[in-house]
Write a protein that binds this ligand. Sequence first.
Ligand code: AMP
Ligand code: MG
Length: 336
Amino acid sequence: MSRKLGYTIVVLLLIVAGVSIGVNIVNSQTTPVTTTEMSRFLMDTLVDIRAVGIDSELAAENAFAEMERIEQKFSRHLPESEIAKINSAAGDWVTVSKESLDLISTAIKYGEISSGAFDITLGGVIDLWGFTTPNKQVPAPEVITKALESVNYAAIEVDYKQSQIRIPTTTILDLGGIAKGYAIDRGAAVLREHGIKHAMVYAGGDIVLIGNKQDGSQWRVGLQHPRESDLVAVVPVTDRSIVTSGDYQRYFMQDDVRYHHILDPQTGFPATGLASVTIVARSAVDADSLSTAVFVLGIEKGLALVESLEHVEAVLITADGSIYVSSGLQESFQEL
Ligand code: AMP
Ligand code: MG
């Protein structure tokens, strides 16, 4: 079931509204409950933590340290990362940590449930487009066709007994569609370990919200007009992750065509049909993989996938400006 709203929207951004800051409360044991706000540049984006609790500053510092650790491990552009090691030894078994086995297995699972719309073996095709470089370009179709031969998540071999991974010789892993979600899940886990009950971890389009706001009311996540500054809707959430994939996050224009960074593994070209997908889920690693997957699948198949999964909701915005909301969000979704 989906509800179509008649907006003319092309891009979507997320803004978390109503975050209380600078509060200092003294509890009955006179232990100070503080609100900490910290930002760091990580994973190619500005990451914000806002946390309320005793020792919130230390909690935030440790959460950033954890997210930095994850970036070091999963960015394929850092030569010491486990992903870079798997890529450079393609064709051979590579011993990796259980954490890498788990994240790659999760990515393969999302490859399966999305019928290949989500595929972490797209690295070679992504490189052709140069989205992360100054040399962004539309590759020649035959070059894309050739690179697509090395794209197949099902060809990744995971051996839990030996703690090893092997990919085909010409395959390049790229965890850009899932690692940021995993990182902020881990950052939020560290905050929870410090007893934090109210917090937000925000990394570009990826957000984890812990509990409710400090005053007990729900977090209200604003969905912004994609190419303008107006909010178009609000999604109230408690203890959830909310992640957006959009065609405005990384793109270039050529001959009036927008070429963006979410690729359809069937064509090697940017997925068409949607301008943004926002997923609400229990973990950001799920929401992150699914936002990318649903973007590629498009309205019909994407919504069907969302409806088939428990504790997963979505807001889809099409290029022609319509909004589609999954059934579980219809009550709470607030059009502005
Ligand atoms: P996201 O912003 O989460 O949608 O992730 C986009 C990033 O994931 C891109 O910058 C690529 O690194 C990678 N990517 C692009 N297309 C796909 C896809 N179909 N499946 C998995 N990862 C992808
Ligand atoms: Mg994603």
